[in-house]
Design a protein around this ligand. Structure first.
Ligand code: PLP
Length: 450
């Protein structure tokens, strides 16, 4: 079996048992799919492994390939599958809604949309209760930035270096990692120094980083700005927890400059950080606009922007319309997701299992010099590999090697960070301690042989 690879020391990482076998796969082979991809799909649509997996089934925290091999999905479809793959309640909600009505525009009434908006608004603090529905995180952030600009009458937006906010013109401007940017016009965004405790110039001093935002406003703008957009924990950027004290200080600076604070919860939201439902709550701030996608629909294309009634009025002066935003099948899935998170106490599980996993990864860091940093919260964790602890030299090749070996052992993790040397661990929130043990044992097993 894949998890019982022979090891000279007799130590074998053991995949937890799971009571499900997918039906035999009878579709085209991986090679056939790959050749179609090469011919018909843009090469910009890259795959995770040089020899990509043909994934044909998913159940909860596990994925299955065409040969029936099971993998622990520690990437969670890019932090997207929060309840678990094909969670029965979510599937049931989608099937029931699909049978009844697949599509209805927001021009008509439909309870699936209204019920979801109500349930979502009830999860947010303060006066954040007006919901706009979109299809993706990019669209949600585009809308949020436009709202901030309309509301304030200003154009300048501040985002953080190393941020990822999407891939359309406006959001690509807010994204600040060269590997995700094209050289086209992305106007009006200024990038502040990233409050990254591991690599940042001011270490863990949140106040100092916040002063950089003050300077950026003073020297790079008219002094008045439209807003500030930030993730609570940077995901694509390599699971960077912002330096303590940074967010409250920056929110106050932004408000003084007349701007709105936008929290991008596309990855850190929906209970992923364990201690809170929303990532921003870990920083003790309340944003003016919150954007979300990924976990909101457990993998179904759905996104949202939530703001206050006052800010929401900026869009009522003309029509604002999105054909698929608020599709009833997607919102039925969204409502089921909210119920599952509560019913199965997934936030609590993310906290307990995430804390345990982080402790075990931190112990592994003490064992191997290759691990430069372990960070994150709940089930949003990062492991950064370096070839030199002092210089923090990114261990790019080693990252690829370990990732590939993890796959062979039966664990799928993501990769991120500007240097591509950070494992992103963002599994479905039903991840268990046994899954966590398997992941860490597999890493240990692989690193011991390097
Ligand atoms: N914001 C964050 C924090 C993200 O991680 C992403 C995608 O990875 C986006 C926005 C864009 O979302 P989407 O890919 O759904 O457009």
């Amino acid at each position: 079996a894949q998890s019982e690879v022979d090891n000279n020391d007799g130590f074998v990482p053991k995949m937890p048992s799971f009571d499900y076998s997918p039906p035999p796969y009878t579709g085209p082979s991986a090679d056939e799919i790959l050749s179609k991809r090469k011919e018909y799909l843009s090469p910009a649509m890259f795959t995770l492994y040089s020899k990509p997996l043909n994934i044909v089934d998913g159940r909860m925290q596990y994925l299955f390939d065409d040969k029936g091999r099971r993998y622990v999905d520690a990437f969670g479809g890019i932090a997207t599958v929060c309840c678990g793959h094909c969670h029965p309640d979510v599937v049931e909600a989608i099937v029931n809604q699909t049978k009844r009505l697949q599509h209805s525009t927001i021009l008509y009434l439909n309870h699936a949309i209204a019920d979801f908006a109500e349930a979502l608004a009830n999860k947010l603090p303060g006066n954040l209760k007006v919901v706009f529905l979109t299809n993706s995180g990019t669209e949600a952030n585009e809308l949020a930035m436009m709202m901030a600009r309309l509301y304030t009458g200003c154009h300048d937006i501040i985002s953080l270096r190393n941020a990822y906010h999407g891939n359309a013109a406006g959001t690509m401007g807010a994204t600040a990692q060269s590997n995700w940017k094209f050289n086209v016009i992305q106007s009006g965004v200024h990038h502040a120094v990233n409050p990254d405790p591991y690599r940042g110039v001011f270490g863990s001093d949140g106040e100092k980083y916040a002063r950089d935002v003050q300077d950026l406003i003073q020297f790079g703008t008219s002094g008045n700005i439209a807003g500030f957009i930030s993730e609570a924990i940077q995901g694509v950027g390599g699971i960077i927890e912002l330096a303590p004290g940074y967010m409250p200080a920056v929110y106050s600076t932004i408000k003084k400059a007349g701007g709105l604070c936008i929290a991008d919860e596309v990855q850190a939201g929906f209970a992923r950080t364990g201690s809170h439902f929303w990532g921003f709550e870990n920083h003790g701030v309340v944003p003016d606009i919150v954007t979300m996608a990924k976990g909101i629909g457990n993998g179904i294309p759905l996104g949202a922007v939530v703001t206050t009634p006052e800010i929401a009025t900026v869009l009522t002066c003309r029509s604002y319309f999105n054909t698929f935003g608020g599709n009833p099948v997607c919102t039925a899935a969204g409502l089921a997701v909210l119920k599952v998170i509560e019913k199965e106490k997934l936030q609590e599980n993310a906290f307990v299992v995430g804390t345990y996993l982080k402790e075990r990864l931190t112990a592994l860091k003490d064992k191997y010099d290759l691990i430069g940093d372990v960070r994150g919260r709940g089930l949003m964790l990062g492991v950064e590999l370096v070839t030199d602890q002092e210089l923090k030299t990114p261990a790019k090749l080693e990252t690829l090697h370990v990732m590939d070996q993890l796959k062979e052992t039966g664990v799928l993790v993501g990769k991120g960070g500007i240097y591509g040397n950070v494992f992103r661990i963002t599994p479905p929130l039903c991840f268990t301690k046994e899954d966590a043990d398997f992941l860490v044992d597999a890493m240990d097993y692989i690193m011991a042989k390097m």
